[in-house]
Ligand binder design. Sequence first.
Ligand code: PLP
Length: 407
Amino acid sequence: MKGFTTKIVHNDRQHTIEHGATHKPIHTSVAFGYADARDLAGVFQGTQPGYTYGRQVNPTVDALEDKVTVMEGGLKSICFGTGMAAIGTTIFALLRPGDHVVCSAFLFGNTNSLMNSFDTQGVDVTFVDATQAQAVADAIVPATKLVFVETIANPRTQVADLQGIGKLCAEHNLVYVVDNTMTSPYLFRSKTVGASLAINSLTKYIGGHGNALGGTVTELGNYDWRSFPNIYDTYQKGDAQLWGITQIRKKGLRDFGAALSPEAAHHIAIGAETLALRMARQCDNAACIAEFLDEHANVQKVFYPGLKDHAEHARAVQLFGSGGAILSFELDPDIDIWRYLNRFNVIINSTNLGDNRTLAIPVAHTIYFEMGAERRKTMGIADSLIRLSVGIEDVEDLIEDLAAAFD
Ligand SMILES: *Cc1c(COP(=O)(O)O)cnc(C)c1O
């Protein structure tokens, strides 16, 4: 089995499944019983495989973790209740007061807010323009432990210099965390640029149907955790490549408790089966829509890495083979953004992205509102900026909707 979709669709069957089921059933049991109590002790002590308690492990969640690991080409994954829980828990489990993080300035809004919270908890955070590896290099100080970037930034679609930053992190022995949510493992494997850990919000493309929240972190095997000073003695045993992810599972998932529910894991696993099909269509649709908007007289600017005049177009094509399925555009100043948005018949005015349905959102007034006008200005977020998360609908219907709203 070599193909991306073949592997995902058949992954559950690589292990024994109850009653010959073709995919992993939903196990709702929180606890797991053992006839011989010594087995229970063995599972707790990690000397034998098995399940203890639902906050830490669950067979349905396990199956999804395996699937994400296969998608990312990594060693091991941990699922969380949301993408934010995956990010927050990972940083909480790995860093200590006095540590320093270099972080992309073009970030998902809540991640930006979270990083600012860490900044008040003793972890210093420097935000830089991650489209330039040099900006990351300039921000590195002796206390720097970790670099955090996204692949394609939301909403202005800047593409980070993922390869250049990977090289830097290797040189400086830094943990390199890539949030792959906007591209998903179908378009991009963080492992190929030397990332240590890949984060995915499962809520977005991997789940795809807007019916379950989830997040994940995957160990990619590129980092030597023996040189990371924050690993507790207890977790410095066994395969050193897994020390980091083990600490995230114990100190993060177990102690912080943001576990993914088995029902949500099931929804996401079913969604993941069609990730490649959906994303290919969504990227094609987005490319058509970007061209249409780019030529439209009432649109001032379109931000989409698939367009030739996008600053990181060549990088996007090289790394992702596509411009992705998110784009944003600025309306002409004389067009009322509310009147425009309110005329859609197919497109939904809604947050979220990576859904099968096309979603539009006026970003300055919603997801980037709390940030304030000043920071929005530095991020290039105009009041007339609309983000489109392009869905799987027939593209003619989407273009007709966007065109009719201008008339
Ligand atoms: C949505 C998103 C998240 C957070 O994921 P949730 O599942 O909503 O918590 C993190 N990073 C990026 C890039 C996202 O788009």
